[in-house]
Design a protein around this ligand. Structure first.
Ligand code: NAG
Length: 263
């Protein structure tokens, strides 16, 4: 018998399997152990779409979502005018989609319910098909009505103002998006490595399989800036994108008269 004999105690695995069958949330039974990951983003920043579509989804693929409290804040570098209307970095269509995603999160608070929708919309954006976002309701078998009601009532605007406040309260303040924090600490240019940071921050047990094989070195070695930082900086208006979508926006942004004013 070797020193590791205990790893082969036969009762352990059946019990684990049973607990997984009874409730997948047993792994995160003590929700205070959960690591909080916040993503501050704006819907049309291509690097945000890239992060969600090619990286963040792994939380669900690997089961890490069971130890993670994922919070999505679709506001990013938008600004509030003195009359409390919102101006978005990539123009009015971004404001529309920021609001739609904020509404989806509000209508379906369970991350397992709203993330597939956010993912679907961001995938369309990533593929250059942002105007097809409404197909996500049908694709996912979701009821469109509560989300459009939220958008058309004052609720969507209220959510935007709340997300503006939450984003504005960031300390240190964000300087670009995607801006990822783990337990309140910004990951800066290491945001792609969010899995390492979650695993490092997680103090509960059992440690998810996705974390085994990651050492502390994986986290500490990184810290140098990427040469081409894949982010959208604050205070930058993407003029070409902006003017390109203005016409398309006019037909899509129902009731938002600003679209015409921004020509
Ligand atoms: C808010 O102010 C902007 C100019 O700063 C103006 O273009 C817009 O029409 C105003 N919106 C409302 C609803 O008053």
């Amino acid at each position: 018998m070797d020193a590791r004999g205990r790893r082969h105690v036969p009762l352990r695995w059946p019990l684990l399997m049973l607990s997984l069958i009874i409730s997948s949330s047993l792994i995160s039974a003590t929700s205070s152990d959960k690591v909080t990951l916040e993503l501050y983003y704006e819907t049309l920043c291509p690097y945000c779409a890239n992060f969600i579509v090619n990286y963040l989804y792994k939380l669900f693929d690997t089961g890490l979502i069971e130890i993670t409290d994922l919070k999505l804040i679709p506001y990013g570098n938008a600004k509030i005018r003195p009359n409390s209307t919102v101006v978005c970095q990539h123009g009015p269509y971004e404001c529309l989609l920021n609001t739609i995603e904020a509404c989806a999160i509000d209508v379906w608070p369970d991350v397992h319910a709203h993330f597939p929708f956010i993912y679907c919309v961001e995938k369309l954006i990533y593929d250059g098909k942002k105007t097809e976002w409404e197909t996500c309701f049908l694709k996912l078998g979701l009821d469109e009505k509560p989300v459009t009601d939220c958008y058309e009532s004052g609720r969507g605007k209220e959510l935007n103002l709340r997300n503006a406040a939450v984003t504005g309260d960031l300390r240190p303040p964000h300087t670009y998006v995607p801006w990822v924090t783990v337990d309140g600490q910004p990951l800066y240019d290491d945001y792609i490595d969010f899995v390492s940071f979650i695993c490092k921050a997680y103090k509960g047990s059992p440690v998810p399989a996705a974390c085994s094989g990651l050492s502390a070195a994986d986290v500490s070695e990184k810290g140098s800036l990427n040469i081409f930082t894949p982010v959208c900086y604050t205070g930058v208006t993407i003029k070409s994108l902006f003017s390109g979508i203005t016409t398309a926006v006019a037909s899509w942004v129902r009731g938002v008269t600003e679209a015409a004013a921004l020509e």
